[in-house]
Write a protein that binds this ligand. Structure first.
Ligand SMILES: [Zn+2]
Ligand SMILES: [Zn+2]
Length: 347
């Protein structure tokens, strides 16, 4: 048996290559990857060959949103058996540093994260990969591996909602409802927030957000977002503001939308310098919190999806077969405003 994978010799081009099968040893298992979602970061690498200063190494394998079936287990694996379906958490931290030991393993400086350039770590756009048992999370019978591959972006949104302390009684505002804003919205809803305001420059995204339970939608192209947020909140602003557009232009305005004593969550992680009126933020004594990936979220996210608290089926991803990965990436880029998620079906 051979292992087929999509390698990227240069930006914008994949070649399908055949390599040796991975082996399960120790506490590793071999997973047959069934679905791999395309993330914004993958698209950056595909389009530009880099994210900011972080260059994709030659022959990189993209993809970190994946799920599949265990086909082989190492001799010391205890929690998984052949045939188990799993979602893979794509970051493997060192387990030894201060951050790992205190539970903030997403801040580990030595994490190996799939399809990240530093340190260069190959991703999941391949048929089989060996992976530590500890970072493979079993999916319940009623959950598909297609849903399983969407746990990763959901985990980002859920971590953001937790960082913001989303809860019953709160009004939240989500700036930008692409995949991450959308996952943040689903998480906020599941965590019981009372009111969800969303803002985006694309009307079709607002339409989808409305279908999924947004209470107020603001078209940032046609409306003044600040005025609309204040109008919707009786001039108070929101308890939690999520910046999920990943743009310096929207990030710099977040202080305008937050309630006094409220929280701003930067989940979009805009690059570059952002001019910010901290004085205005101080006047409101509002916090800004950041989100770097997630930690300890997979079990909660899988449970929420399997019990129907969060419905990922409605994301309705566009699915391409493995052989057409190149086309899938081109499609994901061209249709990034209409399509919430593009997924590659490997098996
Ligand atoms: Zn992702
Ligand atoms: Zn560590």
């Amino acid at each position: 048996m051979k292992n087929r994978m999509m390698r990227m010799p240069e930006k914008g081009r994949f070649v399908e290559v055949e390599e040796e099968m991975p082996k399960a040893s120790g506490s590793n298992v071999v997973v047959r990857i069934e679905y791999c979602g395309i993330c914004g970061s993958d698209m950056h690498f595909f389009q530009n060959g880099a994210i900011g200063t972080r260059k994709a190494p030659p022959n990189f394998i993209l993809g970190h949103e994946c799920a599949g079936t265990v086909i082989e287990v190492g001799e010391s694996v205890k929690s998984l058996k052949v045939g188990d379906r799993v979602a893979l958490e794509p970051g493997v931290p060192c387990g030894e540093c201060e951050f790992c030991r205190t539970g903030k393993y997403n801040l580990c400086p030595d994490v190996h994260f799939m399809a990240a350039a530093m340190p260069p770590t190959d991703g999941a756009l391949r048929q089989y990969m060996a992976y530590p048992e500890k970072w493979c999370f079993k999916l319940p019978d009623q959950m598909s591996t297609l849903e399983g591959c969407m746990i990763e972006p959901l985990a980002v949104g859920m971590h953001a909602a937790m960082r913001g302390e989303a809860a019953l009684g709160k009004t939240v505002c989500i700036i930008g409802v692409g995949t991450i804003g959308f996952m943040t919205m689903l998480s906020c809803r599941a965590m019981g927030v009372s009111r969800i305001i969303v803002s985006d420059a694309l009307a079709n995204r607002l339409e989808i957000a409305k279908q999924f339970g947004a209470d107020v939608t603001i078209n940032a192209k046609e409306q003044d977002t600040e005025a609309a947020v204040l109008e919707a909140t009786d001039g108070m602003g929101c308890d939690i503001v999520f910046e999920a557009a990943g743009s310096p232009y929207t990030l710099k305005d977040t202080w305008k939308y937050v309630k006094r004593g409220g929280v701003i969550v930067n989940v979009g992680n805009a690059g570059g310098e952002v001019p910010y009126l901290f004085g205005e933020l101080a006047r409101k004594e509002a916090d800004i919190r950041h989100v770097w990936r997630y930690r300890h979220i997979y079990p909660t996210a899988i449970d929420a999806v399997s019990r129907g608290v969060i419905n990922l089926k409605d994301i309705n991803p566009t699915v391409f077969p493995f052989e057409r990965s190149q086309e899938a990436f081109e499609f994901a880029f061209e249709h990034r405003s209409e399509v919430l998620k593009t997924v590659i079906k490997i098996f």
